[in-house]
Design a protein around this ligand. Structure first.
Ligand SMILES: *Cc1c(COP(=O)(O)O)cnc(C)c1O
Length: 339
């Protein structure tokens, strides 16, 4: 029985065609800037998103950290959502490694940072305070797509207050596909954007940070300092290029499957469907039944993450097809029918 893993879109495995592309990749030493496939990936994403330069890095966590460390110096601060990945799920890296203080902002329901709250958090120029330098947003956030007019307003706000603006765009292509705009139309409102290749795009490893040439030069230096300078990384970059060619448009399938799953779960008594946003479905299950549900789904070859989020998050991705969704629906029905 095939295991259906709904814990995250990070669990995808490279397809045979992606593996073939990796095997065939031309490589060189990327610390010397000589890996042709890494260079091609960087040039491609910089061009596609409308930036001067780009940097291929091992993870989204490192990409966001490099962005924060490139915008900010020691003693500076960045404004970031209280539940944003860049604040909550990255080990406090900006503070630990950059001596950069986060200023968390309570987010709106959709993940946006209300600009009046952001304005109130900007520190005066005074030796008492950290220097506020950067606004960091996330799109999609828990699957939610931030509205383009909000992004435009945040961009204008950042300019007005002399702040840099960074996007954790781990799932920027989900946002683009869901709204029918180009990723560039989203990215144009930012100075730097971090894109994950290893989420819904299905590459085994890697993120890309795009930005101006000076910011990416700083990020490249910090990547080396962090031990992230890599050598024949072209085999990994080839997977990223393959993903950009073949796995972007198909994100619509993930969104369609998530919507279908949500529609079926909504009909089941005993659980509470909270919502579906792009490739994520959020479900509330009575806390006392959560472990039993998890165990039951295990016997049906279905994996979910329990206990990490306050609610259950089910994520669709490259390795989940229509038949898998039917199996998941049947399993949920089976469990809740037992009362
Ligand atoms: C996964 C993720 C990251 C970090 O990516 P890793 O490669 O796991 O370090 C950053 N931001 C968001 C929104 C993510 O979902």
């Amino acid at each position: 029985m095939k295991t259906i893993d709904l814990r995250s879109d990070t669990v995808t495995r490279p397809t045979p065609a992606m593996r073939a592309a990796m095997l065939d990749a031309a490589v060189g030493d990327d610390v010397y800037g000589e890996d042709p496939t890494v260079n091609a990936l960087q040039e491609r994403l910089a061009g596609e998103l409308g930036f001067e330069d780009a940097l291929f890095v091992p993870s989204g966590t490192q990409s966001n950290l490099l962005a924060v460390m490139s915008h900010c110096e020691r003693g500076d601060e960045y404004l970031v959502g209280m539940a944003a990945h860049t604040y909550k799920f990255e080990g406090g890296g900006a503070a630990v490694l950059g001596s950069i203080q986060p200023q968390p902002i309570v987010q709106a329901e959709d993940g946006s940072l209300p600009l009046d709250r952001v304005a109130a958090a900007i520190k005066p120029v005074d030796p008492h305070f950290a220097r506020t330098r950067l606004l960091a947003l996330e799109n999609t956030w828990h699957g939610h797509v931030l509205a383009l007019d909000y992004l435009a307003a945040a961009h204008a706000f950042a300019r007005e207050h002399g702040l840099g603006i960074h996007l954790d765009g781990a799932r920027i292509f989900n946002a683009a596909i869901a709204t029918g705009v180009s990723a560039r139309a989203i990215a144009q409102h930012f100075d730097t954007v971090s894109v994950c290749l290893s989420k819904g795009l299905g590459a085994p490893v890697g993120s890309v940070l795009v930005g101006s040439a000076p910011l990416i030069a700083k990020a490249r230096r910090w990547r080396k300092v962090l031990g992230g300078g890599w050598r024949q990384a072209g085999m990994l970059a080839a997977a990223g290029l393959y993903a950009l060619d073949h796995h972007v448009a198909r994100l619509a399938d993930d969104h369609r499957r998530a919507a279908h799953l949500a529609g079926c779960l909504r009909e089941i008594a005993g659980l509470n469907l909270l919502g579906q946003y792009t490739n994520m479905v959020f479900v509330e299950v009575p806390p006392e039944r959560l472990q039993a549900l998890d165990s039951y789904l295990h016997t049906q070859g279905i994996r979910i993450s329990v206990g990490y989020m306050p609610t259950l998050r089910l994520v669709t991705h490259l390795d989940v097809d229509d038949a898998d969704i039917e199996r998941v629906v049947q399993a949920f029905r089976g469990f809740f029918a037992r009362g």
